[in-house]
Design a protein around this ligand. Structure first.
Ligand code: ADP
Ligand code: MG
Length: 397
């Protein structure tokens, strides 16, 4: 029995009616480009948040998670923040946004188990939100698209709902983003939710944040993606993330464009004199990342994994020097990775300021690479490293 189902039985004294699983994500290339309407290559990873849920006959919600002690109880009519259990704010924020969108729901019990390390840059928060939205859909079926709430979907003879369409997944991602933006206070883009929903087993998902569409390309089998959590937790709320976003928006304004998507590397250099120094440096990162994603997907499709890997190294330098969203531990991991012959590329993944690095290595040498990195990281920082070879999995839904 899954941990979440066990916890449900232990806590609520009966089996769960549904189980819902949403994966975390790793950004392969394309850093802070989502809210700039650019492109990102990402993976849904083999670490996830699972909900075991059952309906209640009243309007109360009871939540329990293996990650936090105690039980959180509230009424669906009273979705106020609770400083005693901030993790439940994600769930409440999502319920508020669903209600705002016109989705009707009542009370439920949920037992939650996650395997995504918290604050490690693999987006446990997005997986929690996506799992919340899909759990509510299982319990109180709804169809939500850009056009609003549609007809209630019907269960088949086995009691299963149709899987959400791409349009529904997009609407769910937007509801999740609104919850994290408004309720939790992080002005993040759509990347994390779209990756968790649109990921595909053994594939890279290439997301376009202007057209809000997904495309997929196979992850070459001869390479492995190794994820290395630095152990430094990022703290995005109200801080550095929103600051970088403001610089990007200021740069776009000064350049007279709706978003940095509309600017290419040469165009940015030509207009450099119009930008304040920090706005320029942040814009150079984003415009460079868009360029690297475009070139990177062409290289991968042509089978040039070594060329693709070089773009990961370049991305990290751009983060470190221009965008300044790295930290000494992430830099140490990337430098150490660079020193191993099996490593094709390495960079920080996710928002930055802590979190994890992503490494592209020849698969047959992955475990030697992991040992090399653990020893190097211990020597450089005194920290232990628990890296893992990450599989790309299917998205939620
Ligand atoms: P990241 O998304 O990079 O992992 P965040 O700080 O954005 O980091 O989100 C982490 C927060 O998400 C946690 O502090 C907690 O509030 C919530 N969260 C993540 N995993 C779980 C879980 N298994 N159970 C309950 N809450 C969780
Ligand atoms: Mg997060």
């Amino acid at each position: 029995m899954h941990e979440a189902q066990k916890l449900h039985v232990e806590t609520f004294r009966r089996p769960a009616l549904h189980t819902v699983c949403a994966p975390g994500r790793a950004e392969l290339l394309g850093n802070h480009t989502d809210y700039n309407h650019g492109w990102v290559m990402a993976l849904a990873v083999d670490k996830a948040i699972t909900w075991a849920v059952s309906p209640r006959s009243d309007h109360r919600v009871e939540l329990v998670s293996t990650a936090f002690p105690g039980r959180v109880r509230f009424n669906v009519e009273d979705l106020a923040k609770d400083p005693e259990a901030p993790w439940a704010d994600y769930v409440k924020g999502l319920l508020l946004e669903l209600r705002r969108a016109g989705v009707a729901f009542a009370g439920f019990n949920a037992a939650i188990h996650g395997t995504i390390p918290l604050g490690a840059g693999l987006s446990s928060s997005a997986a929690l939100l996506v799992a919340t939205a899909l759990s509510v859909r299982k319990l109180f079926p709804y169809t939500l698209t850009e056009a609003g709430v549609g007809a209630i979907p019907e269960r088949d003879e086995r009691g299963e709902l149709p899987r959400p369409t791409a349009a529904e997944k997009l609407a769910i991602a937007k509801v999740c983003q609104a919850a994290e933006n408004r309720f939790v206070g992080v002005n993040c883009g759509l990347l994390d939710y779209l990756s968790s929903l649109f990921g595909r087993a053994d594939h890279i998902v290439i997301l376009d944040f202007l057209t809000l569409t997904a495309d997929w390309t196979p992850l070459p089998h001869e390479v492995a993606v190794v994820i290395c959590p630095s152990g430094v937790q990022h703290a995005l709320v109200g801080g550095e993330y929103n600051d970088r976003r403001r610089h990007c928006e200021a740069a776009a304004r000064a350049l007279g464009v709706a978003s940095l998507r509309e600017v290419d590397v040469a165009g940015l250099e030509a207009e450099r004199g119009r930008l304040a120094a920090r706005d320029y440096a942040c814009a150079r990162h984003v415009v460079g990342e868009n360029d690297r994603v475009t070139r990177g997907s062409a290289l991968l499709r042509a089978g040039d994994v070594a060329g693709f890997g070089q773009l990961l190294f370049a991305s990290h330098l751009s983060s470190r020097d221009d965008f300044q969203n790295s930290c000494p531990e992430l830099d140490a991991l990337v430098e150490c990775a660079r020193g191993h012959a099996a490593c094709l590329g390495a960079r920080l993944t996710g928002g930055g300021f802590g979190g994890a690095t992503l490494n592209l290595v020849w698969r047959r040498e992955a475990s030697e690479f992991q040992q090399h990195l653990a020893a190097g990281y211990r020597q450089a920082t005194g920290r232990e490293l628990e890296s893992w070879v990450c599989q790309a999995v299917d998205g939620a839904g």
